[in-house]
Design a protein around this ligand. Structure first.
Ligand SMILES: C[S@@+](CC[C@H](N)C(=O)[O-])C[C@H]1O[C@@H](n2cnc3c(N)ncnc32)[C@H](O)[C@@H]1O
Length: 448
């Protein structure tokens, strides 16, 4: 039997340390060290600041501790007064960088990408074909103190009193808000924050881009009844059954229509669509510029969602070409098949990439685009993809750590990044989207 009293770690939550703050780390915080050498991940601060950091997670056994900067002793010159009244230590966890000038937020994101590339892929920015910049979306380059209203999908959590809010950082607790500054105007107009939602656990508000479609998705608390929904705008209303996560239509359509690259995409509840209104177009453009699809080529669109990249490539490779999309979500696959029904040489397979791809017995393809979830594609899938001898591969990544890991696997398998671009499609948060274009290290074989 173990001696419990000898080994029980002592919580350090609530302890305060005065520290000088070091570099930005992946996840929306900065690294600092206490005098005793404890490593802290501190939120609500900037590199170079002297702050009082209060521990929010960890004990005397932890490899690192999480903390909030609760008092700024010496402020950095890039600090601004947070424009959002709900941000700050212990408050809304939605944004990480409200207190930082917008251009500096992008610089931080660039530093994190560079660090991940170096550490996990062994690549310098030059070797990754990246100029080190993080590009704002069109219209987002605003002066300090102004906040782009970009979130076209907001998942509001509902507190015990029925108030809509957002979750606190790494917590189930709700910070009630009467206005989320990063919510797109179409979301704010739905008025979710201006009424109460008894018996609901969450309300997702969606303002589709280019179609004017609006939707709310209501999730009742266990055993809760659905309230009568009268919103300020005409919307479709869906209900999630918390017992099995199934989605039911209350009124209106069961999907919204999003526009990108000149096409309309139907996206059912729970289906993935980029949140920033400029994101889908920005990413399609970057992927197409990188792949430069030619008439008659074949392509794979992996983790294809409702068919965004498959549609864009299929239009460019034409009737002689062919595109295979693979996506795990049944509902997204139905949407993708519907969205691309006019493109005869597109096929969408349902299932996990790692299972479906080997089953297809495809041995070669000209082009690949992969846009995996946050965890990345992983070594097995990357090795399989590298064996298909694609002329170019576009890797769309929402997590620079997963991207860097997978770029390392691609490198081992004979592919190197030709270009890498980074886009700030999540302003005020630590998130960033990257597009890497890879090509084989060896020159393509010629027939001569
Ligand atoms: C980041 S989204 C990309 C969707 C699409 N490319 C777009 O831009 O709209 C990732 C997609 O991968 C799907 N997915 C997650 N894990 C998967 C897996 N192992 N195999 C296939 N699809 C998966 C998710 O359902 C989601 O639609």
């Amino acid at each position: 039997m173990q001696n419990a009293s000898a080994s029980a770690p002592v919580s350090l939550i609530g302890q305060e340390y005065e520290v000088t703050v070091g570099p930005v780390a992946h996840g929306g915080h900065c690294i600092a060290r206490t005098e005793e050498g404890r490593v802290l991940f501190v939120r609500h601060t900037l590199p170079g600041e002297r702050v009082i950091a209060r521990i929010t997670e960890g004990d005397d056994d932890s490899r690192f501790l999480r903390a909030d900067a609760v008092r700024i002793v010496e402020a950095a010159k890039d600090r601004i007064e947070a424009p959002c009244p709900f941000s700050g230590p212990g408050r809304c966890g939605g944004c990480d960088w409200q207190h930082v000038k917008p251009g500096v937020q992008r610089r931080f994101k660039g530093e994190v990408i560079a660090e991940q590339l170096r550490r996990l892929a062994g690549l310098t920015p030059e070797e990754a074909g990246w100029d080190g910049t993080v590009v704002p979306a069109p219209g987002d380059k605003l002066p300090a103190g102004e906040v782009p209203a970009w979130r076209t999908r907001v998942q509001y959590a509902i507190d015990a009193e029925g108030r809509a809010g957002l979750r606190k950082h790494r917590s189930h607790e709700v910070e009630p808000v009467d206005h989320c500054m990063i919510a797109a105007p179409g979301v704010s107009e739905l008025g979710v924050e201006r009424r109460t939602w008894p018996q609901l656990a969450s309300v997702e508000a969606i303002a589709a881009t280019g179609s004017g479609d609006r939707q709310v998705v209501l999730t009742p608390v266990p055993g809760g009844r659905l309230p009568l929904v009268e919103l300020d705008k005409p919307v479709s209303v869906l209900r999630v059954d918390e017992r099995d996560d199934s989605v039911h239509r209350v009124h209106g359509r069961g999907f919204v229509r999003e526009r990108a690259d000149g096409r309309t995409y139907r996206v059912g509840a729970g289906g993935f669509w980029q949140v920033h209104p400029q994101a889908a177009d920005t990413l399609v453009k970057a992927v197409m510029q990188g792949l430069m699809p030619r008439k008659g080529e074949t392509a794979l669109d992996l983790y294809c969602g409702v068919g965004l990249f498959a549609g864009a490539i299929a239009e460019r490779v034409g009737d002689e070409g062919a595109v295979l999309g693979i996506e795990s979500s049944k509902r997204a696959v139905e949407d993708a098949r519907h969205n691309l029904r006019d493109l005869e040489r597109v096929r969408i397979e349902q299932g996990k990439v790692e299972q479906v791809l080997p089953r297809t017995r495809i041995t070669s393809t000209d082009l690949i685009v992969l846009d995996p979830p946050r965890a990345g594609a992983g070594k097995r899938t990357v090795t399989h993809l590298a064996s298909l001898a694609a002329r170019r591969i576009a890797y769309v990544a929402c997590d620079p750590a997963a991207l860097a890991r997978d770029l390392g696997y691609f490198r081992e398998a004979g592919y190197r990044p030709r270009t890498l671009r980074a886009f700030d499609l999540f302003p005020m948060t630590h998130h960033v989207e990257c597009v890497a274009i890879l090509e084989p290290v060896k020159p393509e074989k010629t027939d001569a």
